[in-house]
Every structure is written in C-alpha cells, then in structure tokens.
Write a protein that binds this ligand. Structure first.
Ligand code: UDP
Ligand code: MG
Length: 328
C-alpha cells in the first residue's frame, strides 16, 4: 500500500450518547488526556437522553473548545445519531466510537497509522465478545446470514467503531436512505478498507440501551437494507410448500388407484392448511418489512429533529483543514 495520506489532518471523534450520565465523566477525562498527534475535536450527539447527559455535555462544551454537542428533540436511535454525527463532523478524518468506552479511544493511534498507510476506512474487529452466550449465538448467526445474503461485504464482528477518510464520510452523507445501517453503508462505499482486531472491553458504567427488541430491529435493518435475499427466500419457501403439496397429491392418488381406503382426511387437511398458511404469512411478513421501509423512504421526513447545539459547531473553524467542509 502506498503512503498516500501524508498531509497533517484534523480528526473529529463522534460519540452517540443515550442516557450515558454514569459513564460521561470517565469518557470526558479520557478524552482530555487523549493525544492522537493531530488536531482533535469531539462531537457528542445526545440522542434524546432522559437523564443528566445533556447537562453534562453543556458544561463540558462551555469549558473546552475541542468539544461540541448537538441534541435531538427525542430518541431517534443509535444509527440515526451516528449518521447525524457524520454529517456535522469536521476534519479530514472522522472516527465513530461508543460513548461507554467500549471502543477505546487510544486505539485510534493504530487506526491513524493504517490511514497513513493509505487505507480510507479502518474499522475495529471485536475478538472477544463479553456478552452472554445467547446473545453471542445471535450475533454469530446474524453476521453469518449477512455475509451469505448481503450484496455487499460487511465484515464479520465489525461494529460502528471506525476511522474514515473525509471522502468516505462525504459519500455516506450523500446517501439518502432513512433506515440507516451505518456499517452496511460504510461497506457499500468501497475504497480501501482494513480491519484491526481489538478486545472489546465491557461497558465502563451505566446500562446498555440495546435490548432484544432493539437488537432485532437493527439486525432486520441490516439484513433488509443490504440484501434482497429474504425476498428470494420467500419465493423458495413458496416453491417448497407447493412441491410438498404436490407430493402429497401423488401419494393420495396412488393410494386411491391401488384401491385401498383413503387415509382419513382430517389430519392431512389441517396439516396442509397450517403449513401453507404459515408459509404465506411468513412471505407476507417479509414483503411487509420491505414495504414498511419503502413507506419510510417515500415519506421523506428528516432523519431527526435537532433541539440545540453548542461548542465548536456554532463557531467558525479553528482547526486548519485540508478540504472544504460540508455545506451546513
Ligand atoms: N445509543 C444512542 N441511541 C440509542 C441507543 C444507544 O445514541 O437509542 C448510543 C449509546 O449511548 C452508546 C452507543 O449508542 O454510545 C452503543 O449503545 P450501547 O452501549 O447501549 O450498545 P452495545 O454496546 O450494547 O451494543
Ligand atoms: Mg456499549
């Protein structure tokens, strides 16, 4: 890989935050001590927190010119918060990290070294998952399914923790979809991408806000927005059910022709109705999921509603930057 990225860049670290008051003091302390060797800014997206997160961010941004935040009018979801962060981030490099210190900011030094080697996207690959076995099985199956069905390459065990070159961020920002699965969009963009393995520590404090329902939603968004394979699957299921029905017909006819008594009809009829009904409902469900997403896109509503912002977001640029920034 050639050494293409040599200019002195500014980097912006984006943190989506939802009810993170317990971990924010630690995070802010870590960030103030962080030295990446290049001009650094921090951007916090308060995703409609209901605890003291916003007040902590307000205080931090008043006293520290490296920091800025923007807050949403309500909770719009992690992926939307990351998307807003990418939109408002400034600098030649943008990194996305969880606010709970599960993505160690010091690791960005290694990421930046890779970027200097010429890579445009450097993402973290989790080597150890500290989740309960049940969640681990779910994650593994999800990534497996995704790698088998998606039309694009989404690296296994890579989350949203990544460093991206400005040109990648600009492309992601220009993508219009509402159901945003950021790591899928990042994979779709292309350019030179590389993963760095890291042991993902447990959450520093506070509670994870992803419960089973939200994780399922994210997994569905990931699968359905990156792949049309489920639609194909439904066609195969339908064909399979029809084939089974046909086999049963052949069996019933052969029994009839051989002069034996027909088996009692009740059980088989009920089984067939249940089976076919189930397949039809499942196929309708899959179609419905796609339809719902198309409906969301067609409505064309903004992805989020901003409440307020402060810090360097409201000021003219202080860090010298190589390229012209977004048009906001
Ligand atoms: N988050 C967010 N909006 C939400 C849920 C989560 O901005 O609706 C943020 C959260 O503050 C954290 C990151 O997304 O910085 C990851 O969330 P969490 O730690 O709950 O997820 P996990 O690490 O368990 O995947
Ligand atoms: Mg977390």
């Amino acid at each position: 890989m050639t050494d293409r990225h040599t200019s002195i860049p500014g980097i912006c670290l984006v943190f989506p935050c939802y009810n993170e008051e317990e971990v924010l003091p630690d995070l802010l302390r870590t960030l103030r001590a962080l030295d990446l060797g290049i001009p650094t800014r921090f951007l916090f997206i308060d995703d409609g927190s209901t605890d003291g997160t916003l007040q902590l961010l307000q205080a931090a941004c008043q006293s520290d010119h490296q920091m800025a935040y923007l807050s949403f009018s309500r909770n719009f979801g992690h992926q939307v918060a990351v998307s807003a962060g990418l939109k408002y981030a400034r600098g030649d490099l943008v990194a996305v990290l969880d606010a709970d210190l599960q993505d160690p900011p010091e690791l960005l030094n290694q990421f930046i070294a890779k970027w200097r080697d010429g890579y445009d996207v450097v993402y973290g690959i989790r080597t150890n998952r500290k989740e309960p076995w049940f969640l681990r099985v779910c994650y593994n199956s999800f990534y497996h399914l995704l790698s088998k069905t998606a039309n694009i390459r989404i690296p296994r065990d890579a989350g949203d923790f990544a460093l991206m070159d400005r040109k990648v961020v600009d492309v992601i920002n220009s993508l219009p979809e509402h159901n945003r699965f950021v790591r899928g969009l990042r994979g779709w963009v292309g350019f030179q991408q590389v993963g760095i393995k890291y042991a993902r520590p447990a959450r520093h404090a506070g509670r994870p806000s992803y419960n089973m329902k939200r994780l399922t939603r994210l997994a569905l968004d990931g699968l359905l927005s990156s792949s049309s394979a489920p639609l194909r699957l439904s066609a195969w299921l339908g064909a399979g059910a029809a084939f089974l029905g046909f086999c049963y017909l052949v069996y019933a006819l052969s029994v009839f022709l051989s002069g034996k008594d027909l088996p009692e009809g009740w059980t088989s009829t009920v089984v067939l109705i249940l089976f076919l009904g189930g397949v039809q409902l499942m196929v309708l469900g899959i179609l419905g999921e796609y339809l719902g997403r198309i409906f969301d896109e067609v409505k064309g509503r903004p992805h989020y509603v901003m409440n307020e912002c402060a810090g360097w977001l409201t000021e003219p640029d202080r860090i010298k930057e190589r390229r012209v920034l977004d048009g906001d």
